[in-house]
Write a new protein. Structure first.
Length: 32
């Protein structure tokens, strides 16, 4: 089944995507 060991990398990937999305949003807003 799904264990914490498999969820950890997935959570880190999601966090990285969220961070990159936030930075992109900040850049677009700063350009405006």
């Amino acid at each position: 089944g799904i264990t914490s060991e498999t969820l950890k990398p997935l959570a880190s990937l999601l966090a990285a995507r969220m961070d990159s999305g936030n930075t992109l949003a900040q850049r677009t807003t700063s350009l405006r």
